[in-house]
Design a protein around this ligand. Structure first.
Ligand code: MG
Length: 286
């Protein structure tokens, strides 16, 4: 087997929502996801709180997590300082992100791709924790348009010790592009957005191309910073429904995940983007 769903809702999802939830609420979110059987959860972000106020109090979040056997808890770091904080907090895995284009990298991280590669390399070379390297705007960039797959492949090849994830950050990819880039890079995973309603078709394409790691967020939390009126991450429960219906085991309890989305909807006071939590499961499905 080896299919892993990583729920990125508590970090990537909430970071791109207008509300700021208190650390204990974010920890409860993580705990609910773990109870639903998620094999991996991106729990917190160790970037400066002044840069991303929604993610302030990462240490408090991690301290309030009730560890569940079988769940791996990861966090985001962008430099050595963030990595050290993440290790001290006691997470299991570090997620590094760098962009495929200079324009995006400079806007997002105030450094060129080469500078970001060097910075990531320093930490990855010394990391005791397993490392995921997410390449953002791997398919398209809001400033540079379509991204050359060769550039992404070269970037991925520079991190042989890391698990590489290809991110469709602005939600522009289509299935053939996803299939081709996963095959070419041999990337372990994909981080897909449903901005233009291609997210789930892209997930199937990635699966068929050999990807084994799928980022998704409960309820489809997380917007698209470059398409403010659009949805962001694919919804975890929608992905689980699709995979399980096709006979692919995810280890995730769909009912528990749906309950978590309903809880989130109540917390945020608005409808979320996911569809399965509203439609419900279907008795004939499994
Ligand atoms: Mg995302």
């Amino acid at each position: 087997m080896g299919l892993t769903i990583c729920d990125v809702g508590p970090r990537d999802g909430l970071q791109n929502e207008p509300e700021t939830l208190a650390p204990h609420v974010r920890a409860e979110f993580v705990n609910r996801l773990a109870d639903a059987g998620l094999p991996r959860i991106e729990a917190a972000s160790f970037v400066r709180a002044d840069a991303v106020p929604q993610m302030a109090g990462a240490e408090e979040v991690v301290a309030a997590i009730e560890r569940r056997a079988g769940t791996e808890y990861s966090g985001l770091a962008l430099n050595e300082k963030g990595y050290d904080r993440l290790v001290a907090a006691g997470l299991d895995r570090v997620n590094f992100t760098l962009a495929a284009t200079d324009s995006f990298s400079r806007r997002n991280a105030n450094q060129s791709v080469e500078e970001a590669v060097a910075a990531a390399g320093v930490v990855i070379d010394h990391a005791e924790l397993p490392v995921t390297l997410t390449i953002s705007v791997a398919f398209g960039c809001p400033f540079e348009g379509r991204v050359d797959p060769g550039v992404v492949a070269e970037l991925a090849a520079r991190f042989p010790s890391a698990e590489v994830v290809l991110a469709d950050t602005i939600g522009v990819a289509t299935p053939r592009q996803v299939r081709a880039l996963v095959e070419r890079t041999q990337a372990a995973g994909v981080h897909l957005h449903n901005t233009r309603n291609t997210g789930y078709a892209n997930a199937v394409a990635a699966l068929e191309a050999g990807a084994t790691l799928f980022d998704a967020s409960c309820g489809g939390l997380g917007g698209c910073p470059f398409a403010p009126r659009a949805t962001g991450n694919i919804a975890t429960e929608d992905l689980v429904y699709l995979l399980e219906g096709d006979g692919i085991e995810t280890g995730v309890n769909l009912d528990a995940l749906i309950e978590t989305s309903v809880w989130l909807e109540g917390l945020l006071g608005r409808r979320l983007e996911g569809q399965v939590y509203r439609a419900g499961t279907w008795a004939g499905g499994r």
